[in-house]
Structure formats: structure tokens, C-alpha cells
Design a protein around this ligand. Structure first.
Ligand SMILES: [Cu+2]
Length: 229
């Protein structure tokens, strides 16, 4: 009986600690625009904890598809240590490569569910291209933090369950004027209350869009099969 009583007390103490920790965690919601009010999609929001010990990269996986002659998604944020799978959902061959310093690779030319995998172990921006289709461009944004999110079409993003503490807030976008991510807030204090922020990113004009030339997408993409098959 005594052992059971001690066990129950430990359980209660554990629950109190858990609730206290949960009460300190908070959510941040952001909205990103271009400075003229237009929402910015595909911006990567990341928060690095000040003074925190670097987190051990979790064994995570993610997918960068090739679909309708485009990379899908256009921007894929991952934590360093993530293995990314590259399937091909088109019925034409693609050959994915990167010349970026933090991860140089070239996959073999392939179709179908060959699905090569690449480990992204160094933080940095990895720009993807395809040797067959010049317009294809995609980005794997490798981050040294587990706290990140990508803005939706309306420019919004959120990160839940942020532990209490102080953070540096970064934003990155493929058309950011500075090639590296911008620090948009140096001392963000998370103390349990939800946070809301509006950020402005000034973007360069698009150079490469990941969009196939008009008409080509339906002619070569997976959706249209040759007649008689
Ligand atoms: Cu391709």
C-alpha cells in the first residue's frame, strides 16, 4: 500500500510539472506581406532559442515530389538531420541536382516510384534544379532548429508549443533581397501568452518560377496519358 501511495504522489507531482511546463509553452502566429499589403507565401519562419543547447537532430523524413513538371512543394523547410525522399509523380524522367554548398548531389535520371533519398545534415539553403527541365527550381531550407513553419497563400504561419524562453526570429524567402535569411526580431520573449506578429519582406522580381512554359504542363505531365493506353 505504501509503495502504491508513493507512486500516486509521484504521478501527481509529475502531472503538476507537466502542466506547469505546458502553461509556459506558447504559440506564435505571423502574417508576412511584401510591404505593400500583398501576402507573401512560401516564406520560412524559424526561431532559434537564445542560449539554448543545440537540439539533437530528430530522425525525420520529408518529401519533395516532382509533379506536373514542377517541384512540389516549391519550398520545403526541414530540420538538419532530415532525410528527404524524391519521388517522381510524372510520366517523364527527371534528374534532380543541387550545386549548393551545404548539400551537393545529383540523383540518377528516373521515372516512377524509384524515390531516391538524400540526407540533409548541414543547415543552409539548398537550391534544387532538374537537368531535363530548365524552369524547375525548388528549395530545401535546412534549419538548425525544430521551431519553423512556412507561410500559406494568405501569408500566415504559426508555430505551436514553443517552450518559454528568448528567441531570434528569422524569415527566408526564395526572392529575399539578401541571400541569407533575415533576422526580423532579435529578442522575442516567449512566456506563455500567444504571440502575434506582422512582418514585411521586400522581394526581388521573380527570375525562375518553377512553372513550366504554357501548354507544356498538360502535354507532358502525368495527368494526360497518351491516347490508346
Ligand atoms: Cu525535370
Amino acid at each position: 500500500m505504501a509503495a502504491r501511495s508513493v507512486g500516486r504522489r509521484l504521478l501527481i507531482v509529475g502531472c503538476i510539472f507537466f502542466l506547469a511546463a505546458a502553461a509556459q509553452a506558447a504559440e506564435i502566429r505571423v502574417r508576412v506581406d511584401d510591404g505593400a499589403g500583398a501576402p507573401v507565401a512560401d516564406a520560412v519562419l524559424s526561431l532559434n532559442r537564445v542560449g539554448g543547447t543545440p537540439t539533437t537532430p530528430r530522425k525525420a523524413s520529408a518529401t519533395m515530389d516532382q509533379h506536373d513538371l514542377r517541384f512540389a512543394p516549391f519550398v520545403l523547410p526541414v530540420q538538419a538531420g532530415t532525410t528527404v525522399t524524391f519521388p517522381n509523380s510524372d510520366n517523364v524522367r527527371h534528374q534532380v541536382y543541387s550545386f549548393s554548398a551545404s548539400k551537393r548531389f545529383q540523383l540518377s535520371l528516373y521515372t516512377g516510384n524509384h524515390a531516391s533519398t538524400v540526407l540533409f545534415d548541414q543547415p543552409g539553403i539548398v537550391t534544387l534544379g532538374c537537368n531535363i527541365h530548365d524552369w524547375m527550381v525548388g528549395y530545401v531550407v535546412v534549419l538548425d532548429t525544430p521551431y519553423f513553419a512556412k507561410t500559406a497563400a494568405d501569408g500566415s504561419a504559426s508555430i505551436a508549443n514553443l517552450p518559454a524562453g528568448e528567441y531570434v526570429v528569422h524569415l527566408w524567402h526564395p526572392r529575399i533581397e539578401d541571400a541569407t535569411s533575415q533576422v526580423v526580431e532579435q529578442h522575442l520573449v516567449v512566456a506563455g501568452a500567444p504571440l502575434q506578429r506582422d512582418f514585411h519582406l521586400h522581394l526581388r522580381a521573380p527570375d525562375q518560377s518553377n512553372m513550366p512554359p504554357a501548354g507544356l504542363e498538360m502535354g507532358l505531365g502525368h495527368r494526360m496519358r497518351p491516347h490508346g493506353t
